[in-house]
Structures are given as structure tokens and as C-alpha cells.
Design a binder for this molecule. Structure first.
Ligand SMILES: *[C@@H]1O[C@H](CO)[C@@H](O)[C@H](O)[C@H]1NC(C)=O
Ligand SMILES: *[C@@H]1O[C@H](CO)[C@@H](O)[C@H](O)[C@H]1NC(C)=O
Length: 521
């Protein structure tokens, strides 16, 4: 065989995924903590030779080659640092409403964008469209107009309205509920609570987001099928899970766990922060409540509990804090409104992480094997915190239980050397996968484009709820059983015990009564 022939043979044997794809990403939600995760995946697609067009609120200052932005930035108010440090049933219901309402705003902004309209008008050619699965299904309408297969992507655990469309079991007895406590082992009370909340969240989603998205789409395009039907056609869902963190779940083959791909290698710390960490004789504990919750809205008693615990622990503390006021000795507590979280968690002197248990920070801690004290505030944080505790990555401390003593006890527990060994083991298992999570996400994206004519969803996704829960079968058997019982009763009363006998008994009673009356008279 001469070399030229060999060259062509090798070329044909190479997997077909080396051909560059045209990929469209649609991210109408304006939450930065979500896009931080997606950005890593989208950039990697471009680095691997695909032509990537991204519609989002976060255009890149310096995009990589083949990465094209369509910017929605500035059209909606930012949602950074604006949630209070507070948790109650009422705030939960309110957050649900604002989430679904923002799904409606996100849709309006998306469809009003001229560049987005042009993509549809010109029927621009794409091989696959990546759409965030969160608070709106509006973008599915655009995918429908372009007749392109869709891959769903998420930066956290499932929302309540996503179970049905992928045919994923949502049994409250063992499936953790996004917004509430109890994890995989809820009490009866917690099961009752999550059942009601599930109905609430699904109802407001269908009414305030999906139905209004459908109406908004109808103002632009007159042929969009029901969005819930389009949602069932999504080829794959990339979930930010991995069973090491979220536990073993029941997912169909087209729901792929890709949790953890956004975490980059830790860079060395620098300046003041480096000095603070290096000089910490007993190590440091890092505190952050993420990009959405404002630590400085903490009520005084909770703040005093935190400061009291910090003062008593031998460790030094680093806290993401938005106000300028100094709370404590500079050699004990380092405050800054911006901190290089990954670099801090990756430093060997960092011994624990007090966190609100957002999915981003949780996966970063697991990546570097840092135990967590989880204090959930809102969103998916209660279910993440439950997973952290159940799997041995840390302990939970609810805001209502935050006292100096409880916090010190929680720190002591996760600082224990046995506890830390378990976390190191979990971290090792987290990294030990047949394919790194970023490669996995990219592999299945390319796969969706290659086999766009095939369907991968489970038949469970196509069933109406009464069939899914076997209500029809139960109904038939109940009717059958009731009929048998009645037939049996009727037969007994009409056939084996003749009417005469009853009449005799009756007459006997009447005679008795008559004789009694006669005696009295
Ligand atoms: C890549 O995407 C851009 C932006 O959507 C588009 O203008 C361009 O034509 C695409 N390139 C190819 C080779 O398809
Ligand atoms: C895939 O489906 C499209 C549209 O229905 C059709 O034109 C095409 O021939 C199909 N491709 C294969 C390989 O079946």
C-alpha cells in the first residue's frame, strides 16, 4: 500500500465527529451563575473546531475563534447580589413566582432581538441547538422554526416541571425536591410539603411561563406547536449531576450526568490573600454565599453568631462580603466582595467551606476535596445541602439553627481527620470517570447532530399521567372487584336464601309486637 492510500484509509476510519458543526446556543435567562458553567462548554465546542453562535446576556469581551455572540445584555436588570439572607415558606412561593415571571420576560427579550429574528428569517443552517432548561421553553419555538435537533443543558438539578418531559420518576418518597429539605429520606411531613409544592411550582410554570411564552411566540410565528410537545423532542439533557454528589438516580439513557466540567485548575494566590493564607498556622476556612445572596443582609443575631464562632475557632477565615465595613481583626478575617474561589478552594491550607450550597461552589469544593458546611438559602440549595450531608461531603446547618455553638460544632465535625479522609476519597471518585465530563457533554452534542433522525426518549415521557401511574389499570380492577362483590351479594340474597324466609321472619317480629301490645292493653 503506498502512503497516499494509507492516508485516505486513515482519514475515512477517523470518527465522523471531526467534521465541524454549526451550533446555536440559546440562553435567554440572565442569571450569571448559570452562564459561568455553560460558557466553559460553549468555548470548548469552538476550540474543537465547531462554529458556535451564542445568544445570551453575557457576550464575551474576547471571544475565542469561531465563537460568535448575539447579545441580549442590558435588556433586563441584573440579578446579582440581590437576594436577602433569609428563608421562609413565603419567600419560597415568591421566588417561584418571580422565576416563572422572568421566564416570560426572557422570552419577550429574546424574540424582540433583531439578530435572533434574522436567524429565523434567513433560515440559517445549524446542525444542533443547545438550549438551557430552566424557567422558559420559548427558545424551543426558534428550534422548531429552524427544524434542528435540540440538546437541553442545565447548570443544576432538575426543575419540578422537567421530570415529565423526560419521563423521569419524581416520586416524593425518594426523589429529592429542588426547593425543600429532606433529600432522599423525607419525613411524612416533608413528603406532604413537597407534594403540595410540586403542584404549586408546576402550575405557576405552566400558567406564568409556558402559556405566556406560547402567546409571545404566536405574535411572531403562527405555527408553533404546544411547547410541552416540543420539549418532549429534546434529544439529550445534560444535567449538572454526578452520582458521587447527587446520589444514584433513576434517569433514562438520554439524560446525561456531566456535573463538574466548569471547574478549572487552581492558580496560585497572590498579594495580601496569599500572605493571609500562607501565614495561617491552623489553616483557613472559606465563607461565601454565592453571587446572588447578599451576606451583608444577615440579621444581627445571625451575624453575631458567625463572628462569635469565627473568634473562637483557631483557623483564619476568608469571607465574601459586599460592604466596606471591617468586622474583625485583619489577621483573623479577610473580607472582599470578590474572591478567586477556585484558587482558594484549591489551596492546601483551605480546610473547610461554609457555603449556601449552590451547585457551582459545591462541585468546586468536591473537585478539590474540601468539606462543606452547607447553609442553604433558596432555589436548589436545600436539595444540594441534603445531598452534601447524605453523601458525606459535609454537614447541613439550616439558617434557623444558626447559633455560635451549632456553627462551631459543624466546623469541628468537618475538620475531623476521618471526615476529611472520606471527603478526599469522594473527590478521588468524582474525578475517576470513563470520560471527563466536558468530553462527555461534547460527545453527546455531536452525537445528537449525527443521529438527528433518531429518538432517544423513554416511552415514559409519552404517557398521560393516569397511564404513567397505572390509574387506568387500578380503575378497571376496582370496578371489577366492586362488580364481583355486588354480584355475589345479589346472588346470595336472591338465590340461596328465598324471599319466603325473610317474610316469615318479618311476620314473626310483627306477631311478637302485636302480642306484646295486646298484653299491655
Ligand atoms: C459561523 O457562524 C456565524 C455566526 O452565526 C455565521 O455568520 C457563519 O456563516 C458561520 N460559518 C459557517 C462556516 O457556517
Ligand atoms: C432524516 O429525516 C429527514 C427529514 O425527515 C430526511 O429528509 C432524511 O432523509 C432522513 N435521513 C435519514 C438518514 O434517514
Amino acid at each position: 500500500m503506498n502512503l497516499n492510500v494509507l492516508y485516505f484509509v486513515v482519514l475515512f476510519l477517523l470518527p465522523c465527529n471531526i467534521s465541524a458543526l454549526n451550533i446555536l446556543g440559546i440562553f435567554p435567562y440572565h442569571g450569571k451563575s448559570h452562564f459561568i458553567v455553560f460558557k466553559v462548554y460553549l468555548e470548548e465546542l469552538a476550540k474543537r473546531g465547531h462554529n458556535v453562535t451564542v445568544i445570551s446576556h453575557f457576550p464575551q469581551a474576547d471571544p475565542p475563534e469561531r465563537y460568535h455572540d448575539i447579545s441580549l445584555a442590558g435588556s433586563l436588570d441584573s440579578i446579582e447580589d440581590n437576594l436577602p439572607f433569609h428563608r421562609s415558606f413565603l419567600t419560597l412561593l415568591e421566588i417561584g413566582l418571580s422565576l416563572t415571571n422572568s421566564g416570560n420576560d426572557n422570552c419577550k427579550v429574546l424574540l424582540a432581538n433583531k439578530d435572533v429574528q434574522n436567524i429565523v428569517k434567513q433560515k440559517q443552517k445549524f446542525d444542533v441547538i443547545v438550549i438551557e432548561q430552566f424557567n422558559s421553553d420559548c427558545a424551543l419555538g426558534i428550534a422548531y422554526k429552524l427544524q434542528v435537533p435540540v440538546v437541553g443543558i442545565s447548570s443544576h438539578v432538575l426543575m419540578p416541571w422537567h421530570y415529565n418531559r423526560f419521563g423521569i420518576p419524581s416520586n416524593p418518597s425518594f426523589v429529592p425536591f429542588h426547593f425543600s429539605e429532606g433529600g432522599t429520606k423525607p419525613t411524612l411531613m416533608q413528603k406532604l410539603e413537597r407534594t403540595v409544592l410540586d403542584v404549586y411550582f408546576k402550575t405557576i410554570y405552566y400558567f406564568f411561563s409556558q402559556r405566556r411564552n406560547q402567546q409571545t411566540l404566536a405574535q411572531y410565528y403562527d405555527d408553533i406547536p404546544p411547547l410541552e410537545n416540543l420539549a418532549r423532542d429534546i434529544k439529550f439533557l445534560f444535567l449538572y449531576h454526578n452520582f458521587i454528589l447527587t446520589g444514584s438516580r433513576l434517569f433514562p439513557a438520554n439524560v446525561i450526568e456531566v456535573g463538574g466540567y466548569h471547574v478549572t485548575e487552581a492558580k496560585p494566590l497572590s498579594g495580601d490573600l496569599l500572605k493571609f493564607v500562607e501565614e495561617a498556622e491552623h489553616g483557613v476556612i472559606y465563607i461565601s454565599f454565592g453571587s446572588v445572596v447578599r451576606s451583608s443582609t444577615m440579621p444581627d443575631d445571625k451575624l453575631n453568631a458567625m463572628l462569635g464562632a469565627i473568634a473562637e475557632m483557631p483557623q483564619r477565615f476568608i469571607w465574601k462580603w459586599e460592604e466596606k465595613i471591617m468586622l474583625m481583626d485583619k489577621n483573623k478575617l479577610y473580607l472582599s466582595s470578590w474572591l478567586p474561589q477556585v484558587d482558594i478552594l484549591g489551596h492546601p491550607k483551605t480546610l473547610a467551606f461554609l457555603s449556601h450550597a449552590g451547585m457551582g461552589g459545591t462541585t468546586e469544593a468536591l473537585h478539590f476535596g474540601v468539606p462543606i458546611v452547607a447553609m442553604p438559602v433558596c432555589g436548589d440549595q436545600p436539595s444540594n445541602a441534603a445531598a452534601i450531608e447524605e453523601n458525606g461531603l459535609g454537614v447541613q446547618l439550616q439558617i434557623r439553627d444558626l447559633t455560635k455553638e451549632n456553627l462551631i460544632a459543624a466546623f469541628k465535625k468537618v475538620l475531623d481527620s476521618k471526615f476529611r479522609d472520606k471527603v478526599k476519597l469522594l473527590s478521588k471518585a468524582w474525578h475517576d470517570r470513563p470520560m471527563p465530563p466536558l468530553d462527555t457533554a461534547i460527545y453527546w452534542t455531536e452525537y445528537a447532530a449525527r443521529y438527528s433522525n433518531l429518538t432517544f426518549r423513554t416511552p415514559a415521557a409519552d404517557l398521560p399521567f393516569y397511564e404513567y401511574y397505572n390509574f387506568d389499570v387500578v380503575a378497571v380492577y376496582v370496578i371489577l372487584l366492586v362488580s364481583i362483590i355486588y354480584t355475589f351479594k345479589w346472588t346470595v340474597s336472591h338465590l340461596c336464601c328465598p324471599k319466603k324466609k325473610y317474610r316469615n321472619v318479618y311476620e314473626h317480629v310483627r306477631k311478637n309486637k302485636n302480642t306484646k301490645r295486646m298484653k299491655r292493653e
